[in-house]
Design a protein around this ligand. Structure first.
Ligand code: AMP
Length: 356
């Protein structure tokens, strides 16, 4: 098993807040980080030694980047898997291209999980308006149309309530390759976050209850309560199957709806996740540190809880302007991502509170 010893350089695709928090954890363990992103700068720039500005489709620049670092990982999954395969010939990429291929395409992701026996919302592929009309017959008209690619935080999605909503929804998502999902009735949402080492060893963090507002994560709280805890084992078993099938190395997140029929898989992210930010203070080892440990081939840290109760609240848009009031309560751990402009819906930071 390859070990990337402290002192080496970790390459990260994407320069947002997840890259920033991976870089901070890497620095704690004595690694340097080098970001590759299409933007000139970003939240990760403040805490990384190097930044290369390049497009995700620029195979030559990607290859040069891959050879200049000791291992490559990502905070953003919409990178061309073909480019990642090229990179893998120049160096070590963790997680690998197969995880990207599955996780960046909603249809591929749902098919993959359904084939493993996981429960999903009823779904059908949509390439044009005729498909959409057929899909409505199949999954029902109470549904959500989602673009297959590049959707996040509720973007690229349109709700349907009746068959007459088809044209409006198709236009709303920009008439592109999509999936129609039947609307799932659920009581609560949660995620399973695991870390898988290069030796195949898996550790899970406790599942937090996630509350979304306008499609964006608002809070994650653990313990998650009886309903979610009752479904955690089944959800974890599925997550383990997914991680093993992808021969995954690093942190992997699967999001679920806790429904009357059991855990319904919604989507996965081949990376650290917003619903795991509570682990920075709330777990013995954070998702960021264990991601760095896993991709470097180091032993993994304990994922157990460090508090009786942990609550993470996202600071969206101008919520972050309240930083003084937040800091006036000494129990609050404030994280700001250093973004210069607070647009509505933009994740600017988060606050974590522990009950010890
Ligand atoms: P997503 O981008 O797929 O994570 O969706 C964002 C949020 O929309 C989810 O966290 C749910 O709250 C809601 N949602 C997404 N898909 C469905 C579905 N099939 N049924 C009901 N609610 C959904």
């Amino acid at each position: 098993m390859t070990t990337i010893a402290p002192g080496a350089t970790i390459g990260i695709f994407g320069g947002g807040q997840l890259g920033r928090m991976i870089a901070l954890a890497a620095a704690q363990l004595g690694y340097r980080t080098h970001i590759y992103a299409p933007e000139a700068s970003g939240p990760a720039a403040d805490v990384s030694a190097s930044w290369t500005r390049g497009e995700y489709a620029d195979v030559e620049a990607l290859a040069a980047f891959a050879t200049s670092v000791d291992v490559v990982t990502y905070e953003f999954e919409n990178i061309d898997p073909a480019a990642v395969e090229v990179l893998a010939t120049h160096g070590l990429v963790r997680p690998g291209a197969q995880a990207l291929r599955v996780a960046q395409d909603r249809l591929a992701e749902k098919r993959f999980v359904a084939a493993l026996g996981g429960l999903t919302a009823p779904f059908a592929p949509v390439e044009d308006l005729d498909d959409l009309e057929q899909a409505i017959e199949q999954v029902g008209s109470r549904a959500i149309l989602k673009t297959n690619r590049m959707g996040y935080d509720g973007k690229g999605q349109a709700r349907l309530n009746e068959p007459g909503d088809a044209v409006g929804a198709w236009n709303a998502i920009g008439r592109q390759s999509a999936i129609l999902e039947g609307f799932v009735t659920f009581a609560e949402e949660f995620s399973v976050i695991l870390v898988r080492g290069a030796d195949g060893m898996i550790h899970f963090w406790d599942s937090a209850a996630n509350v979304h507002v306008n499609g964006i994560l608002a809070t994650s709280t653990t313990p998650a309560g009886a309903l979610i805890e009752g479904q955690m084992e089944q959800a974890r078993a599925l997550a383990k199957q997914v991680a093993d099938a992808l021969d995954y190395v690093g942190v992997l997140t699967l999001e679920f709806f806790a429904s009357a029929d059991g855990p319904v898989f919604n989507e996965m992210a081949p990376r650290v996740h917003n619903s795991g930010h509570w682990t920075i203070e709330g777990a013995v080892t954070s998702q960021f540190e264990n991601h760095v440990r896993a991709i470097s081939g180091l032993p993994l840290g304990d994922t157990g809880l460090a508090a009786v109760r942990v609550e993470m609240t996202n600071l969206i848009g101008d919520d972050a302007d309240r930083w003084q009031a937040i800091l006036s309560d000494p129990a609050n751990h404030l994280h700001l991502y250093g973004k210069h402009e607070a647009r509505p819906g933009r994740k600017m930071g988060h606050v974590t509170r522990l009950t010890l």
